[in-house]
Design a protein around this ligand. Structure first.
Ligand SMILES: Nc1ncnc2c1ncn2[C@@H]1O[C@H](COP(=O)(O)OP(=O)(O)O)[C@@H](O)[C@H]1O
Ligand SMILES: [Mg+2]
Length: 761
């Protein structure tokens, strides 16, 4: 068991000053807290490992300098793909657990213990210290001893089995499952609805009594009693209605939060290819359909279900009041049902056509906004507007058609509904005339009032049907995004080695989906750890594809890519990408300060790290000249920075965590010569102590590389240092001469060797 006395072993020495003693005590306390946290994390990791899940400490999110809350720990485990809950237990409950998988007791001092077995007969539990060696036996602990260190906080872990889990496919039922999780609130709503239904029976029955008894016998006392009842019923109905709506809002908000979080999480897990294949507009539109589903489920659908509850209460009553009329009412109801069913198909199809037109329309909007610079500078406004006009016209047209069709069931239902609530009165009056004594006027009016309660829910169902079609389509849209295969099935699976930076490609073939030509054709090469590799070749020769494979963006290639001898496909993706730095030609800077953009949310990084990274990237000097230095605000898309400045910030962001592998894919290609020279001057410094892969079509920026790989139509043409390539590789020499015509080739040769030699030592 872990020690409960954080001060033990580090008492201040007698000679210390008071302040010194306090400092020592504080630092001892910090050590103890750190140690306890370590034990807690180890316990959780061990429990997760039991289910074959490796948790990544970088994914544990909690405010620095604090102890992570049980909620943060639960979130961490869930992110790893396991079921987890924090609960408070008593010793008695602990004894009843079937310890099928590890149970973690969170101890008062911040550490943790693993529960291995329980022995209810002897009233003891067996605990294991997570820091103990694996061979150490567990310790028996009784209730008294445990209560001294444990307040009842417990973490339970399991493999996921339920339907409403992280990995279940998105569907209508899945969302409904979320709604059902709120069963306690739902139950309250249903009770409330049943009560309200009974209360709504009060006024008609009263009217009946008033007319048949009070008016006939002129009884004032009965009237006042009835009035009191009436008042009470109204008050109750109002309050219950208020509560019912409130609970509905609460359920709506909760379900909304759950769906939104889930959908975003799932979207982020999709591979990059998916986003490259799909238009951003289409994705945005489809994801936004989630709102429709949630609105429907917690709004119209809920109220329809509640209306049905009302029917269960009301229908027996109308049969009780007047069976013949009740049969007439129910026949009308059946007719309404038939009309609803007949129109399901046509409405469905019409709404489907309209929605797909709507998708097309919104993709024009998004495309125009994304490319607004190009649209403006090439004066493409008329074209875009024309396209928008056309798509809008189509959409409006289809919308009209859809409304036209869905108008019919409502139109047909309307007279039936009217007959159910009012026409039956005429029928009842006829009964009264033909067979006097069976139907009183009061009863007739009461029947009319109650039967309208049967008619309106049914008519509402017809309207809900309309929305239901839209929602089904919305579900389809969300499914088409969210149910795509994720980048890795189990985000926590895979090796998490410490990288040295040795890269090896072995007979790698790759074609992009839907293309016939090979983007990479039998690529084999090797890069020793800590060296610089240059990648050159004509546009489209496969340079970017090589770096994409290296980042694990595309994983369905043939052959092997190995990092330090480990097959790339075996390595945990998130871990790998976190250990890399990547700078592309276009880099996105997020809204926020320069410091925040460099740190990019990496846990544990401070301003000092940001300054160090900025210096390495050659960005320090311009950042310091900015009005607020590192706190200067950058807008989305960073309009207040030049291309070179943006690029240097991107490099700083890529190297802040000191990656073992740095990939620059045409990072300087869009820069002006001055900015390019600034970045290139730093390359050797950037590359110190790590492997670098630099893609550039400007050969002068690669002369310092240890090796240059020349690609030609997806094949390796040659691989050697610059000087050798100029001599022996025709593709390279051609490129070099094209770009350096102004230089005499001997001068080029003279400028080449110096840096390479300098690099060598
Ligand atoms: N997303 C993609 N889908 C289909 N083909 C692609 C895709 N990206 C690149 N390609 C093709 O793969 C080949 C290599 O592309 P790439 O590696 O980007 O070349 P480079 O970076 O050398 O200019 C090219 O022929 C290109 O047309
Ligand atoms: Mg490229």
């Amino acid at each position: 068991m872990s020690s409960t006395d954080p001060q033990s072993g580090s008492m201040p020495k007698p000679g210390d000053t008071q302040a010194g003693a306090q400092a020592a005590a504080r630092s001892a306390e910090r050590d103890a807290i750190h140690e306890a946290l370590e034990s807690r994390l180890m316990a959780i990791e061990a429990a997760a490992r039991f289910h074959h899940v490796e948790l990544d400490r970088d994914e544990l999110r909690y405010p620095k300098g604090t102890t992570p809350s049980p909620a943060a720990l639960v979130e961490w485990v869930r992110d790893g793909g396991l079921w987890c809950r924090a609960i408070r237990m008593r010793f008695g409950q602990l004894l009843k657990i079937e310890v099928a998988s590890p149970v973690i007791l969170l101890l008062r001092d911040g550490s943790a213990a693993l529960l291995t077995t329980v022995d209810p007969a002897r009233n003891i539990v067996w605990l294991k210290d997570p820091r103990a060696a694996s061979g150490d036996p567990p310790v028996a602990v009784d209730e008294l001893r445990l209560s001294q260190v444990w307040s009842g906080e417990t973490l339970l872990l399991r493999a996921i089995r339920e339907l409403t889990d992280e990995n279940a496919p998105f569907s209508f039922l899945w969302v409904w499952g979320l709604v059902r999780q709120e069963h306690k609130l739902l139950r309250d709503i249903i009770y409330g609805s049943v009560a309200v239904s009974f209360l709504t029976l009060v006024p008609p029955l009263m009217v009946m009594t008033v007319i048949d008894r009070v008016l006939t016998y002129k009884s004032l006392s009965t009237l006042s009693l009835i009035s009191l009842f009436f008042l009470l019923a109204v008050v109750y109905e109002t309050l219950l209605g208020h509560a019912r709506r409130k609970i509905t809002f609460i359920i709506g908000a909760r379900v909304d939060a759950k769906i939104t979080l889930h959908v975003f999480k799932r979207m982020l897990r999709l591979p990059l290819d998916f986003f490259e294949r799909q238009q951003a507009g289409v994705i945005t539109f489809r994801i936004s359909q989630v709102n429709k589903i949630r609105e429907f489920m917690t709004g119209k659908m809920m109220s329809t279900i509640l209306d049905l509850v009302t029917l269960i209460v009301v229908v027996p009553v109308i049969f009780f009041i007047q069976p013949t009329l009740a049969w007439v009412t129910m026949s009308c109801a059946a007719l309404i049902g038939v009309i609803i069913v007949i129109f399901i198909g046509p409405v469905n199809r019409a709404v489907g056509r309209w929605t797909s037109a709507e998708t097309q329309k919104s993709s024009v909007l998004v495309e125009t906004l994304h490319g607004i610079r190009t649209v403006k500078s090439l004066a493409l406004e008329p074209q875009q507007r024309e396209m928008w006009d056309r798509r809008t016209a189509t959409s409006v047209q289809l919308r009209l058609e859809a409304s036209e069709i869905s108008n019919w069931p409502q139109t047909l239902i309307h007279p039936l509904e009217g007959f159910m609530s009012r026409g039956v009165v005429l029928l009842g009056a006829a009964f009264a005339i033909l067979d006097p004594g069976t139907v009183n006027p009061g009863l007739l009016i009461a029947y009319m009032m109650i039967s309208s309660r049967v008619a309106s829910p049914l008519a509402n169902m017809a309207r809900v049907l309309d929305d239901f079609q839209e929602v089904r389509i919305a579900v389809g849209f969300v499914q088409s995004i969210v149910n795509q295969p994720p980048e890795s099935v189990n985000p926590s699976a895979g090796l998490r080695p410490r990288f040295e930076g040795h890269i090896e490609y072995n007979k790698v073939n790759y074609s992009y989906p839907g293309t016939k030509t090979k983007a990479l054709d039998g690529i084999s090469f090797e890069v020793p750890a800590g060296t610089m590799l240059g990648l050159v070749g004509k546009s489209g020769s496969g340079k970017s594809t090589i770096t994409r494979l290296l980042q694990g963006i595309t994983r369905d290639y043939e052959g092997f890519v190995k990092l330090d001898g480990n097959d790339l496909r075996e390595i945990n993706l998130a871990h790998m990408r976190r250990s890399f730095g990547v700078v592309l030609q276009e880099n996105f800077l997020f809204r926020g300060t320069i410091r925040e953009n460099i740190i990019a949310g990496r846990p544990g990084m401070t301003l000092t790290d940001a300054v160090r990274a900025a210096r390495l990237a050659g960005a320090e000097e311009f950042i310091e000249r900015m009005p607020n230095g590192y706190e200067t605000w950058i807008e989305e898309g960073s309009p207040n920075l030049s291309g070179g400045q943006r690029q240097r910030l991107a490099i700083a962001r890529a190297v802040i965590h000191d990656p073992r592998l740095l990939i620059l894919d045409e990072a300087t290609s869009a820069l002006d010569p001055e900015s390019e020279a600034l970045v290139n001057a730093n390359l050797t410094r950037l590359g110190k102590g790590r492997t670098m892969v630099i893609v550039s079509h400007r050969l002068t920026s690669l002369t310092e590389c240890d090796q240059i790989l020349v690609l030609d139509k997806g094949k390796v043409a040659d691989m050697a240092p610059h000087l050798v390539l100029v001599e022996r590789c025709s593709v390279y020499r051609q490129l070099w001469l094209q770009q350096n015509r102004h230089l005499d080739s001997s001068a080029a040769r003279a400028s080449g060797p110096a840096p390479v030699l300098a690099q060598g030592d």
